[in-house]
Design a protein around this ligand. Structure first.
Ligand SMILES: *[C@@H]1O[C@H](CO)[C@@H](O)[C@H](O)[C@H]1NC(C)=O
Ligand SMILES: *[C@@H]1O[C@H](CO)[C@@H](O)[C@H](O)[C@H]1NC(C)=O
Ligand SMILES: *[C@@H]1O[C@H](CO)[C@@H](O)[C@H](O)[C@H]1NC(C)=O
Length: 525
């Protein structure tokens, strides 16, 4: 009884004193917030952020990350004078007259709760002022608004500012004037890189910050618009952490009506320590102990939060427009093995599929693609894929959709599924010190979450300038929407998107092919 009392006393002491991780510890504690705005009022959101910071600290988090653009609104901006006032007065809470109200309140909460805080919001920079031009890079004498991450340390001091480089439309914002990487070091011995949302798709900063700066921990505030079949939020966050072998703290804005949701804490090849992809309006604080060496798991962790798939009916999902440009083949029931090629990509599929009990059921296509895709009309980028993806019918234009409302037992049973994808081996872009292409194993289940890492196997076999990727489904009970070796190729970014394959074109292709064949056959005689 006496021992029990001591234990209880110790727990309460530790509970109150906010255990901080140290440089010697093998783990640190991270928190990310999936945040649903109840109003665009900044005071209201600041107050809610402050309670979430308190709650994260109560759960012993060393750092808490908030999503993109959920604090400020379309009218509101703050200044982050990192080369000016921040040098003399780095703690807004101790110098409120010099700083914006929301920034001061977050600084105060970081200080009160002794926790690192990362927020994102609209930053103004007035280059019309001589005082600004004296300390900031100002290519023009005008007022700028950036989409900016701000990092506070445990003392409430501003220690880093990162401006989004790759805007997703966002006509009111200016991209970073110079592509500066976000990076800061903590008192628990971990250095973080950080960027924002659409940045994840690009060589600068997503690949560069990890490879050039040798970063092992990445922070990601986002307001992602999930897309089938390759780029839903948690799916690509987890795939990035896996392929780049980093810890990844993704905090997503929650607005399911427009398709924004999805947050998680991931550790390299171990996958999600905790993740969530809500189909409903919700604010969720996710906390996990993160091993400093990515993937080096030594203790149990919460894992993905599985919501009932019927709750995803209200989550808007866009469709990858490049599906219309994939060389594809409809899978048939039973066993099949075949190869599809497109440009520099060769995909061999070994598949054995059967049906579940449902009357409505998904068809699946195998696809190969190497070309340029559009990102919702705001940008284009090089892409390669060897994939299997669900369709609601036999035709190509039914792919990348879900039955709505949700239908149970509509996915196929994959008794066997192996993709052997041969793609160019990434080559370093010397001036950027970053690979010119990247490949991710991606998957999506009926829960709108990726498969857990134990449910698949993935191996890379480089052989000179070509690399073979072998991606196999291990969990035969998985309910799959998609399973793909998917990658980005950066040198063709900005080029026109590859034309869709029209049936006319394929007939044309066929007749052209027949002519060539005839010519070859004729030449034999
Ligand atoms: C924020 O606004 C919502 C909706 O108006 C309200 O329910 C909530 O109590 C407010 N929260 C705070 C902390 O002001
Ligand atoms: C789905 O299949 C399982 C297993 O065959 C069965 O138990 C369940 O009732 C089915 N659900 C529906 C809604 O058909
Ligand atoms: C790209 O598309 C635009 C608009 O459709 C067209 O004018 C231009 O010629 C295209 N460029 C190339 C290289 O095909």
């Amino acid at each position: 009884m006496k021992q029990l009392c001591i234990v209880v006393a110790l727990v309460s002491v530790f509970g109150l004193s906010f255990q901080k991780s140290t440089p010697q510890d093998t783990h640190y504690v991270a928190a990310v917030v999936e945040y649903h705005r109840l109003t665009t009022n900044v005071q209201n959101n600041t107050a809610r952020y402050v309670s979430l910071i308190q709650e994260a600290a109560r759960q012993n988090a060393d750092i808490v990350v908030f999503p993109e653009l959920t604090l400020t609104n379309a009218q509101y901006t703050f200044e982050v004078p990192i080369n000016g006032l921040v040098k003399e007065q780095p703690v807004p809470a101790l110098y409120p007259s010099g700083y914006d109200e929301a920034i001061t309140a977050i600084s105060q909460a970081a200080l009160d709760n002794q926790i690192y805080v990362v927020i994102n919001g609209r930053e103004s920079l007035d280059c019309r002022l001589a005082a600004t031009r004296a300390v900031e890079y100002c290519p023009e004498e005008k007022a700028y608004i950036f989409n900016t991450n701000v990092v506070f340390d445990r003392k409430g001091a501003i220690i880093d500012r990162y401006r989004k480089i790759n805007l997703f439309g966002e006509v009111a914002h200016t991209p970073a004037l110079r592509p500066e990487l976000g990076k800061f070091t903590t008192d628990f011995g971990v250095t973080f890189g950080h960027f924002v949302c659409f940045d994840l798709m690009f060589q600068v900063p997503a690949i560069q910050v990890v490879q050039k700066e040798k970063i092992k921990n990445v922070i990601f505030p986002t307001m992602w618009f999930s897309e089938l079949p390759y780029l839903s939020a948690v799916q690509i966050q987890e795939a990035y952490a896996y392929s780049l072998d980093v810890n990844f703290l993704g905090a997503g804005a929650n607005n399911v009506r427009v398709g924004s949701a999805g947050s998680g804490i991931y550790s390299g090849k171990a996958g999600a320590l905790i993740s969530t992809m809500p189909g409903v309006s919700d604010t969720r604080l996710l906390v996990a102990r993160v091993p400093k060496v990515p993937g080096q798991i030594t203790e149990p962790f919460p894992g993905p939060i599985y919501d009932n798939p019927t709750t995803h009916d209200n989550l808007k999902l866009i469709i990858d427009p490049s599906l219309a440009s994939h060389k594809s083949r409809l899978l048939v029931p039973g066993f099949q093995e075949f190869t599809l090629e497109d440009g520099d990509v060769s995909c061999t599929f070994r598949v054995n599929i059967g049906r579940r009990t449902g009357n409505e059921y998904y068809r699946y296509r195998a696809g190969a693609f190497s070309g340029v895709r559009s990102f919702s009309g705001v940008a284009t980028g090089g892409m390669r894929a060897c994939s299997v993806y669900a369709c609601t019918g036999d035709e190509r234009d039914t792919c990348g959709m879900r039955f709505s409302p949700y239908v149970a037992n509509a996915t196929a049973i994959f008794m066997e599924l192996t993709i052997r994808a041969t793609m160019p081996t990434p080559v370093v872009t010397e001036n950027l010190q970053a690979d010119g292409s990247v490949v991710y194993p991606v998957s999506l289940s009926v829960a709108t979450l990726p498969l857990e890492t134990r449910e698949y196997s993935y191996a890379k076999v480089p052989s000179g300038d070509r690399t073979l990727h072998i991606y196999s489904l291990e969990n035969k009970a998985a309910e799959l929407y998609s399973f793909a070796v998917w990658g980005r190729q950066f040198s063709t970014d900005g080029q026109n998107a590859t034309d869709p394959i029209t049936d006319g074109a394929s007939v044309h292709f066929l007749s052209h092919f027949m002519l060539v064949l005839v010519a070859i056959v004729l030449r034999q005689f």
